[in-house]
Design a protein around this ligand. Structure first.
Ligand code: G6Q
Length: 551
């Protein structure tokens, strides 16, 4: 890679896109009347069927976006990522989450070593552990099998496992529950531990660094809860060994906590937290759905990786969707992007994507330290349909803001119909399809009048249309398809970061708050000099706290 990032706004393609945006008059009604446009705009990536035709685009815009990718060298940067180059420049690291889902026998070099054998060695240990817990062979300190696995982690060590645990609910083992503690708000641990039996509870402490305040605080709290609950008759060391396992890159710190290193699963610094659900960070998930399903999830990721790595730009779904986001963000003025899964099981998917996209691309400097000269990192948000339809869709349909939206749905419901059941899934999909249609076509004043609407109400009941959507469909929400969806968004995020020239794999923005919390904590605890060192606003908040906190 060259030493400095390209400023995308200086490229010829950027100038061309600026020109195209200035002259652009959206006409989705016209575009969608052209079956050829729809056919050409509908792509396949692994099992995902992706219809891009309801986007605000023209063939000229597509060409210019692809020219932009070529001028920037997006494909070269992609290849560098897959090859283990240190593209995470501010941390001096390779970015190889794609190696986590390589099949056995593949070769991926990082810093002179093939990492795939180590990946599979850890996976084999995770799978053996998962099997033992699932079969009841793994027992707690009093000899009882495990009924509840509690994952303790935050950010990348929480959001992925929770999201996938929820998404793959039909694949979970009956009688084995998982819970997730992330927040340092003590109510989180209190709520999640509520009703659990210490004798049948196993904790998975998930922390890449094993230095995160929230996770270590919660882990200590859970250790006390366990030891108190098991009572004095149980050997403390044995209890921790049987009820605590860890996932981390810092195995020395795991041992310091009292967790047996034999019960620790490692990963590597070339796996970013928000890219780690497919590493040992997925251990709790592997227990819930079992090794076979976890392997299917990884295979799904890999299928999308292969598509992204090998498909030409004009067929490459993640690359095209990333470039499309550039068009909306930098040329048409969109600030946010909605993700609307028509699957209740994907209810945590937008939250997961918020971290993936916003922590990756919410940056104001490029990977060489130069300031960006254009907007980056749109706000991702969303909720499952149809709930969102009865809430915020109003703004998408008739508001003043441009909000590109991804709709995600599945041909098959999660639960098979029984004889005599009404096929509600069809009604569900009808809503998905109708929404994207309504957003694209809108309703003209004349169409509103033709319904007999009083003239004074015509403006309020008119829909401008030309509101862009991408429709993503798959046969069913299987582990493989979930892996494909996650990898799709990882690579969309990558493509945008590559165009903007930013390091999508660091997260320095998370650090400042962590540091300051450590400085503020003693001030709250009553340390006079720490309090004096705070600014007037923070002192005021601490004073309020002291005056109102009940003994
Ligand atoms: C993710 C970020 C961040 C991280 C958490 C937890 O990409 O790095 O969300 O995952 O801060 O960190 P640990 O896993 O080290 O506890």
């Amino acid at each position: 890679m060259s030493a400095s990032a390209t400023d995308p706004t200086t490229t010829d393609a950027w100038a061309r896109l600026t020109e195209l945006a200035a002259g652009y008059r959206p006409d989705l009604r016209g575009a969608l009347a052209d079956a050829d446009w729809v056919r050409k705009s509908t792509l396949q990536a692994a099992d995902l069927h992706v219809d891009l035709s309801k986007n605000l685009l023209t063939p000229d815009v597509w060409r210019a976006l692809r020219a932009l990718a070529a001028e920037i060298g997006v494909e070269a940067r992609r290849d560098a990522m897959f090859a283990g180059a240190h593209i995470n420049s501010t941390e001096g690291r390779a970015v190889l989450h794609t190696a986590l889902r390589q099949p056995e026998g593949a070769v991926v070099m990082a810093d002179g070593d093939d990492v795939v054998p180590a990946v599979h060695e850890v996976l084999a240990r995770v799978y053996a552990f998962a099997d033992k817990v699932r079969s009841g062979e793994w027992t707690g300190a009093t000899g009882r099998p495990i009924a509840t696995v509690v994952n303790i982690g935050i950010g990348g060590s929480d959001l992925g496992p929770v999201m996938a645990y929820e998404a793959l609910k039909p694949y979970r083992q009956d009688g084995l529950e998982c819970r997730f503690i992330s927040n340092i708000d003590p109510t989180d641990a209190a709520e999640k531990l509520s009703g659990l039996d210490p004798e049948t509870t196993l904790f998975v402490v998930s922390s890449k660094t094993f230095g995160t305040l929230e996770t270590l605080t919660n882990a200590r709290l859970c250790r006390s809860w366990l030891l108190d609950g098991l009572g004095a008759g149980v050997d403390r060391k044995d209890a921790v060994a049987k009820h605590f396992v860890a996932v981390s890159t810092a195995l020395d710190k795991v041992a310091d906590f009292g967790i047996d290193p034999d019960n620790a699963f490692g990963f590597w610094d070339w796996v970013g937290g928000r890219y780690s659900v497919d590493s040992a960070i997925g251990t709790t998930l592997a227990v819930a759905i079992g090794p076979e399903r976890f392997a299917e999830l990884l295979a799904g990721f890999h299928a999308m990786d292969e598509h992204f790595r090998t498909a030409p730009l004009e067929q490459n779904v993640p690359a095209q969707m990333g470039l499309l986001n550039i068009w909306y963000t930098n040329f048409l003025g969109a600030h946010t992007h909605a993700v609307l899964p028509y699957s209740q099981y994907l209810h945590r998917f937008p939250a997961y994507l918020q971290q993936l996209t916003m922590e990756s691309n919410g940056k104001g400097v490029r990977w060489d330290g130069s300031p960006v000269t254009t907007e980056t990192g749109e706000v991702f948000w969303g909720e499952p349909g149809t709930n969102g339809q009865h809430a915020f869709y109003q703004l998408i349909h008739q508001g003043t803001r441009l909000i590109p939206a991804d709709f995600i749905g599945f041909a098959n419901p999660a639960h098979a119909l029984k004889d005599g059941d009404v096929d509600v899934h069809e009604l569900f999909l009808a809503n998905f399809f109708a929404q994207t249609k309504a957003l694209a076509f809108g309703k003209t004043p004349d169409e509103v009048r033709a319904e007999g609407t009083a003239e004074r109400l015509v403006p309020a009941r008119t829909f401008t249309g030309n509101r862009p959507t991408t429709s993503i469909m798959a046969p069913a929400l299987t582990p493989s398809v979930l892996g494909q969806l996650i990898a799709l968004y990882e690579h969309i995020t990558f493509t945008q970061g590559a165009v903007w020239g930013i390091d999508s794999f660091d997260q320095w923005g998370v650090e400042l708050g962590k540091q300051l919390a450590l400085q503020v904590a003693p001030a709250i605890a009553g340390d006079r000099s720490a309090l004096d060192a705070q600014d007037a606003s923070t002192q005021g908040l601490i004073d309020y706290y002291h005056q109102h906190r009940k003994a």
